[in-house]
Design a protein around this ligand. Sequence first.
Ligand SMILES: O=C(O)CCC(=O)C(=O)O
Ligand SMILES: [Fe+2]
Length: 356
Amino acid sequence: MTGPDSARGGLPVIDMASLFDASRVTERARVAREIEQACRDSGFFYVTGHGVSGEVLARLERESHRFFALPRVAKEAIAMSMGGVAWRGWFPLGGELTSGRPDRKEGLYLGTELGSEHPRVKAGWPLHGANLWPAEVPELRAAVLDYVAACTRAAHALMEGMALSLGLDADYFRRHYTADPTVLFRIFHYPAEPQHEEVSWGVGEHTDYGLLTLLAQDDNGGLQVKTPRGWVEVPPLPGTLVCNIGDMLDRMTGGWYRSTPHRVKNVSGKDRLSFPLFFDPDFAAEVHPLPRGAGADVDDDRARRWDGASVHAFQGTYGDYLLGKVSKVFPELVRRVWERAPTALPEETPRGPLPR
Ligand SMILES: O=C(O)CCC(=O)C(=O)O
Ligand SMILES: [Fe+2]
């Protein structure tokens, strides 16, 4: 354990090392109970034993700082509008509207690196394709790919713990949803704000969309979570990642595990970097309630949710759900990208409620 509870908003620190080794049965059962407790409480916890080395993270942080320090024109060369339907690239400060308002952050959108020969890329599936890399910081590519690989391994292992915590076989999620997961990765830069002024939200209140999010953050803090005890800070703890569950786990468990609202305000007076990796179901997977929903009846949460939309009412693939969300947070970009997209995307391409 790392310091008093109050220093981390009462969020637990869970050592997940045993989730990489199926033979450690007793320890895995204990970790599963810790995960259940955390998910029944705030849906947020810290993990250690995640296998992402300090060197890999330090390199990612260093190269990311170099990227954001580039002149605007260099970043514009890989703007999201260049990424087309693959939905990759840089967006400027204020370019994303998380809860209907421009966020005080800039960022780089990345994801699983797929070449033009991949069948889904060939078929023009949205959010599938190649990443856009800055020519001026070529080292960023390897730094990102190494981090994403390590973090994705951790996410697969955590989903085993998640399955055990719900009384399911350890490989339940891999068998049904994550053999080919949707992995989205973002690097955010929240600029230093003058400390005498009222600081706006870096990211407005929201829940994450998929299964789980693994977040690395630098030393500057600013993430806040809405727990049953009210909003609490999620301060950085060296060597940990922050894990939280998303809407799809909320939906699958009938609300037994909740995707919890959170938000970010950078009041540190310094530039803040964060690195969320979203580990989500296969884009083409239909997301259903679990066979043995761990006890709870479906609770229609529409009235309490940040966007007034219930995750339980939704029908369709994860891709449909994701595209619906993306079109809310990037309305202008969606319009422009879809206007320019090939006129006839194949009929079977998931497109969600986007303009056709
Ligand atoms: O930057 C952070 O700490 C969190 C970002 C976040 O919540 C998100 O991207 O969904
Ligand atoms: Fe989030």
